[in-house]
Design a protein around this ligand. Structure first.
Ligand SMILES: [Zn+2]
Length: 373
């Protein structure tokens, strides 16, 4: 909001001074329109930020949800592992039981076998013992039958517990696989989150840097108004404009990357005033004087970097900024098309280009209406 207010204040300052100049009254409506556009653009940008924050919140919620799911499955796995431990203990206990019963059965069988091995003759001789013997044998047979049943039952129990253990192990394996897939999904979400945050940080940094650059350039342009008027009075040539269409100021043409007026900044997504015309060309390319005139400034001018200002009479000057080198000096008369400086990227500039301005009594105007295509 502070930024918006300061932007509005600077707009009012810039256009306030223009609107009071008699020949700029008709621009007041355009100014109001532009201020509204800037407001709209800022609102749009705020909405974009809102959208980004919404995405980040959604990602955050998804990560929370995933963490919860993982913790639930982790609990289930622990429970299953405890159940597996229980079944293992049961199996061990049943195995011991089976061993004991097998031993018992074995000894009983041995007794029975020995008893059944008794000589028939001896049985006849000891007929009184015969009855006892037969009864003993019947009893042993019953006990053995019972032992066998118990053993079979124990083995059945053991089989059923083992089956349960295998199914629990399968369940655990299934849950572990699911947990691993949840964890890899979460890693993707976290990576996405990291990327979103670092992108956001980078964009915010870029926005801040570019805002500072743009604001500094606009401030420089505004500060120059009175300075140029003063230079025109003290060093200028006065009289009438030298006349005619101005020469194209860059050797070989170059490429217009930004024209005069409001432009929607590709990164800021805001409408910003551009006080001149940007012509991109390799560093060291010759910069031509747009018309006959006298150099009223040649030197470094803050965010403009190395700059030259030429007075062409009639209150009209041209300004050449971001130069790599200056080939003329203060007070020097120059001819139209004469090389006065070289293209560079000094001051606040993102790459080699000429920032070219046309000023009428200090106020910047669209250079396109003065120079030939
Ligand atoms: Zn520029």
């Amino acid at each position: 909001m502070k930024k918006l207010i300061s932007l509005m204040v600077s707009m009012v300052m810039i256009f306030g001074s223009i609107s009071f100049a008699s020949n700029y009254n008709n621009q007041l409506n355009n100014v109001n329109k532009n201020i509204k556009n800037v407001k709209d653009e800022l609102k749009n940008k705020q909405n974009v930020v809102k959208d980004i924050n919404k995405i980040i919140l959604e990602l955050d919620a998804k990560i929370d949800e995933s963490e919860q799911k993982i913790s639930v499955i982790q609990n289930d796995i622990a429970k299953t592992q405890a159940e597996i431990d229980v079944t293992q203990k049961e199996i061990t206990k049943l195995e011991d039981n089976i061993d004991t019963n097998t031993d018992l059965l074995g000894s009983r069988l041995r007794v029975m076998y020995r008893t059944s091995d008794i000589d028939y003759f001896q049985i006849l001789l000891n007929s009184s013992d015969m009855e006892e013997l037969l009864s003993n044998m019947t009893m042993i047979k019953k006990i053995v039958k019972n032992d066998k049943e118990i053993l079979a039952d124990l083995k059945e129990q053991k089989d059923s517990v083992e089956t349960k253990k295998i199914s629990l192990q399968k369940e655990e394996k299934r849950m572990s696989t699911f947990k691993a897939s949840l964890e890899s999904e979460q890693k993707v979400l976290e990576k996405n989150m990291q990327e979103q945050n670092s992108n956001k940080q980078m964009v915010v940094k870029d926005i801040e840097k570019l805002k500072q650059m743009e604001d500094a350039l606009i401030k420089e342009a505004n500060d120059l108004q009175s300075k140029i008027r003063e230079l025109q009075k003290t060093k200028g040539i006065g009289g009438n404009y030298k006349g005619g269409v101005m020469a194209w100021p860059v050797s070989g043409g170059g490429r217009v990357t930004s024209s005069f007026g409001y432009r929607i900044h590709p990164i800021l997504k805001e409408k910003k005033l551009h006080t001149g015309m940007d012509i991109a060309a390799p560093s060291g390319t010759g910069i031509f004087a747009a018309n006959d005139g006298r150099v009223i400034f040649a030197g470094t001018k803050g965010s403009y970097g190395k700059a030259v200002i030429v007075d062409h009479g009639g209150g009209i000057v041209t300004l050449y900024a971001h130069c790599s080198s200056i080939l003329v000096s203060d007070g020097q008369d120059v001819k139209k098309g004469e090389t006065i400086a070289k293209v560079g990227s000094t001051g606040y500039s993102t790459g080699p280009h000429l920032h070219f301005e046309v000023r009428v009594n200090g106020d910047y105007v669209n250079p396109a209406s003065y120079i030939g295509g």
